[in-house]
Design a protein around this ligand. Sequence first.
Ligand code: URA
Length: 247
Amino acid sequence: MGTTQRLDKILSNSGYGTRKEAGQLIRSGNVTVDGVTVKDRGMHVDPESSVIEVCGERLKYRKFIYLMMNKPQGVISATTDNRHETAVDILPDEYRGFNLFPAGRLDIDTEGLLLMTNDGQLAHDLLSPKRNVPKTYYALVRGVVTREDVERFREGVTLDDGYRTLPAELEIIRQGSDSEVELTIYEGKFHQVKRMFEAVGKKVKYLKRLRIGNLVLDENLEPGECRELTMEELDMLKASVFTPSDS
Ligand code: URA
């Protein structure tokens, strides 16, 4: 047994449009609860124990939705924007109306793993500076990334605003006039990866997020594509924010 919620909210969170649109469906007599037509959009119902039907079709109630998106360049990690396409704008139609939002930020020119969800608590936990959830990035960097840079990142570098970063793990994949690296950071300051490389005199030319905690970007997702997390992935992601004090 779950808890009760307003009927219009249940419909809205299940893909039946905005709260207003869901309210109209209810008022026009298209919704039944346990076989009885309900016209009161504010009626409290337990969606886990009651059978809700919309236009004769049983509502498949899911408390929360979790998608991994491979955010493309040129799209911003926001819900709405006047100038640019957002991660919400590029969601497949079937996920509209679930009030999904991006849990975290990637720059407009950064690609890669973005979690889209309507689970505010998990998003809050993942982003909390207290949790230090690791995030791993692949970066193409102009200039030769050296062992000295690895050491400096491990000790923490000072950003342009005087902030000293937490220790971070830098792995050199290919050294050259352009170097390929993977970097794991445990915080999420504005433009952090780019500013960390600037602090050691180098420029990030391309950036892609590969992992958030234990959640790994599916390599089969093209930029702009998304898919739901599997149960195992969701459990792994939740384990990334678990701390002994939670129990
Ligand atoms: N660090 C950056 O500089 N940009 C991002 O988008 C994410 C981390």
